[in-house]
Design a binder for this molecule. Structure first.
Ligand SMILES: O=C([O-])CC(=O)C(=O)O
Ligand SMILES: [Mg+2]
Length: 528
């Protein structure tokens, strides 16, 4: 030991309280957190803690995953977005404005950790969770997702880059708010936005050549359009379409096994009703096609197992003009009058599974839930809308109205329920199980693109990652406390698949067996 290390504490003497002990300081921080009674105050406290003492923030986060995720992420991050312009303390992340068009590269170069950046979450704030167009108030969603990259996949915080594109907002309330922090203008027309996005993506790839870009909470049309536009050109994925799709496929696979065991029907004998046909709804439906294909069905047979419901009711060809993204699943076999009532639609479709991506709170009424339980010994009910107050039903309602038979996963967290001496656990079908591992695998493999097969590998990796104990409790997802282990496993699957697809450029990893890839991913993780 050098004399300097011995003397250092002496040099600092007097600059901290005499009895400041690290272990006890953890307790102190937790006590401070627990002393806040409003969720938004807890969010503000943790956000400041992260700035003051990043290491302590992530230590606490890792040790208290199920307590922390609902605060730094869904649902409380939703409140943080709604109130962003009012609770704002200090800048975090990078803001790129429509006014920067023509010099976006210069703005990106202002990011201090330019050589470290490996993963960026980019939102334009136009559809934050189920809360609508929040404009520049969307920044906390990018920050929150990246905190989970650090906690959940061990990405070095210094390599994360949260970005909020400020393209204005069409929400008048914000335009009228004197404290609103974004450009006071309506959103640009498509052509102008496309020009902006092309320049942005080009400059991102130029300034940050090793960067993986996650698109987050863009409005539905743009989410699909930009995914198609950039997915073969850059290492990018859309979390709401692909991440949500993958996480739901994974939980659905586990739920279908339990449902088939209870009904005695074949695993593939599922009829899935989607309530909500936006980017998440159609993204999930697309992803679930691979569940049916895995059972040996043709594309046509698989598509026939899916029904969509939007704000106009059942989606079917004879209804008339449909937006592009709804056409694929539009029913050809129904020609009657518009069918709007969900209970009526359930009676007509007789689904084994009802998935909600509508952001319509309590749309799964007691009558709908009871009907599902009447036609299925173990109905699959996934109210996936976020945040929690927009959920299509609560876990409590789902359990109560199905006599406890429900196989349940929601987008936002619910508490477990004790019933007849048994504990029932709600699944959380949130993309937080997928994106950290998918991103980590893409970074480590140095992927030049993120293919469907890579997303699917992440999904099957997650489905496989349940322990015996977790399966014995009918869990559909593993416990969130194991997120790092799960992310390493998912990352390994993603790397192997990227190699097969020919998009992996990390030659060091070529041909390594899965177990070595898992160890490699674990070895690369950052710890506070
Ligand atoms: O952030 C979440 O909890 C899930 C998500 O991507 C969304 O709802 O848009
Ligand atoms: Mg999202």
């Amino acid at each position: 030991m050098s004399s300097l290390t011995v003397r250092r504490p002496e040099l600092k003497r007097g600059l901290t309280p005499p009895m400041l002990d690290e272990k006890l300081h953890i307790e102190r921080c937790l006590e401070q957190l627990h002393s806040k009674d409003k969720p938004i105050e807890k969010y503000i406290y943790l956000s400041s803690l992260k700035e003051r003492d990043q290491s302590m923030f992530y230590k606490l986060c890792l040790a208290h995953m199920s307590e922390f995720t609902p605060i730094i992420y869904t649902p409380v991050v939703g409140d943080a977005c709604l109130q962003f312009s009012h609770i704002y303390r200090r800048p975090e992340g990078l803001f790129v404005s429509i006014e920067d068009k023509g010099r976006i590269g210069k703005v990106l170069s202002n990011w201090p950790a330019i050589d470290n950046a490996r993963i960026s979450v980019v939102t334009d704030g136009s559809r934050i969770l189920g809360l609508g167009d929040l404009g520049v108030n969307g920044m906390p969603i990018a920050v929150g997702k990246l905190s989970l990259y650090v906690a959940g996949a061990g990405i070095d915080p210094a390599s994360t880059l949260p970005i909020c594109l400020d393209l204005g907002t069409n929400t008048q309330k914000f335009l009228d708010d004197p404290l609103y922090l974004g450009a006071r203008r309506k959103r640009p027309a498509t052509a102008e936005m496309d020009e902006f996005m092309d320049e942005f993506m080009h400059e991102m790839a130029t300034r940050f050549p090793k960067l993986v870009v996650q698109f987050e909470d863009f409005s539905t049309d743009n989410a699909f359009r930009y995914l198609a536009r950039y997915r073969n050109k850059y290492a990018t994925f859309n979390d709401d379409i692909q991440g949500t799709g993958a996480v739901v496929l994974s939980g659905f696979l586990n739920a279908a096994k339990l449902s088939a065991a209870a009904s005695g029907r074949a695993l593939g004998d599922q009829r899935i009703l989607f309530f909500g046909a936006g980017s998440a709804g159609v993204g999930v439906a697309m992803q679930l096609m691979s569940f049916f294909r895995l059972q040996g069905m043709s594309e046509e047979e698989a598509r026939n197992r899916v029904w969509l419901v939007d704000s106009q009711g059942l989606v079917y060809d004879a209804r008339g003009r449909l937006p592009e993204h709804k056409k694929y699943f539009s029913r050809r076999d129904y020609t009657g009058p518009p069918m709007k009532n969900l209970l009526e639609i359930v009676e007509y479709v007789k689904p084994t599974a009802l998935l909600g991506l509508s952001t319509i709170a309590n749309a799964f009424t007691p009558a709908v839930l009871a009907k599902l339980a009447e036609i299925n010994p173990r109905p699959i009910v996934f109210p996936l809308s976020n945040p929690v107050r927009l959920s299509e039903c609560s876990f409590e309602d789902a359990v109560a109205n199905t006599n406890g038979s429900v196989l349940f996963a929601s987008g936002s967290p619910f508490d477990e329920i004790k019933r007849n001496g048994k504990t029932l656990y709600p699944g959380q079908g949130n993309n937080m199980y997928i994106f950290p591992g998918l991103g980590l695998g893409s970074i480590l493999s140095e992927a030049s693109a993120i293919t469907d097969a890579m997303v699917e590998a992440a999904s099957y990796g997650l489905a496989e990652s349940l322990t015996k104990e977790e399966r014995a409790q009918d869990l559909l997802y593993p416990r969130i406390e194991r997120i790092r282990e799960i992310s390493a496993f998912i990352a390994a699957q993603v790397i192997a698949t990227a190699q097969k697809a020919g998009v992996a450029h990390n030659e060091k990893l070529r041909g390594k067996p899965l177990s070595e890839l898992v160890d490699y991913a674990k070895g690369k993780m950052w710890y506070p």
